[in-house]
Write a protein of this length. Structure first.
Length: 268
């Protein structure tokens, strides 16, 4: 009998440099790490310190040049647009966290989000793009203020636990003001060809009914299903659907196109 032999496998060397995305850290993950590091440092951190915080999660791999560029993009563009980090101020060096950023860090990470694939009709679970979605909500608020300047707007969606189907509620101000007395709005930042689930759609309709909203608006970067479109017409809900339509309406009212439409981990 031949003696048993032990098979040997060749170990792949660890990558010395990579992007955070290559190492399984999404853009939201890297922003959360950055915000946690800023909090740990008393509210302000330098970019080099944020690099180190992300690299500790990647050890022994370090951030590549592309990885550092992507991380800067997440911090100084996406997190700033979302209102989690204050814009750069040369009088106060470093990146400073906002109260909204602290709330985001204290809350549990968003669970996978379910949407309907319009092409297949199947429900799919996708990783949420929470920070870019927060930036989109702030953009929508600017748009609503231009569309309905005689309404006082409350951004209810900033606190998701109290959202109850509506991200924004607008109440008409002034006896001579025109338009509906109350407006309820839901804004969704989804990939193309993805529609809200039936549960999410009915949650929006129920939110309008429970608050006795006179005029409902549903704004989505994606699409609605055929049934949702029919129900929107029956309920006289205004639907602003798709990135091109959102950009067209924004341009009509003097607002620049949302600059973070592209769902990418790469700097633009």
């Amino acid at each position: 009998m031949k003696p048993a032999t032990m098979a040997t496998t060749r170990q792949q060397p660890a990558r010395k440099e990579a992007t955070g995305s290559d190492m399984g850290l999404s853009g939201d993950d890297q922003i959360r790490i950055a915000l946690e590091d800023i909090v740990a440092r008393g509210g302000t951190a330098q970019m080099a310190e944020i690099y180190e915080a992300v690299e500790r999660r990647m050890a022994p791999t370090r951030l590549s040049d592309q990885g550092r560029a992507s991380l800067r993009f997440f911090v100084n563009r996406i997190a700033v647009k979302a209102g989690f980090i204050y814009p750069h101020d040369k009088e106060q060096p470093g990146w400073r966290i906002t109260p909204e950023g602290r709330e985001y860090v204290q809350a549990a990470p968003a669970p996978p989000e379910e949407t309907i694939d319009v092409d297949t009709g199947k429900v799919e679970a996708t990783q949420p793009n929470a920070v870019r979605g927060a930036a989109f909500e702030r953009y929508v608020l600017d748009l609503l203020r231009r569309l309905h300047p005689h309404h006082a707007w409350f951004h209810q969606g900033e606190r998701k636990s109290a959202e109850r189907g509506l991200d924004f509620v607008g109440d008409r101000v002034g006896e001579r003001s025109e338009g509906p007395s109350s407006i309820g709005v839901q804004a969704k930042f989804h990939r193309a060809n993805a529609a809200p689930t039936t549960t999410e759609w009915l949650k929006f309709l129920a939110g309008c009914f429970a608050r006795r909203i006179e005029h409902g608006i549903f704004i989505t970067t994606d699409r609605l299903t055929t049934d949702q479109r029919r129900e929107a017409g029956e309920a006289r809900v205004v639907v602003i659907e798709g990135r091109e339509e959102i950009a067209r309406i924004a341009k009509t009212h003097g607002l620049e196109e949302f600059e973070l439409f592209e769902d990418t981990d790469r700097p633009e």
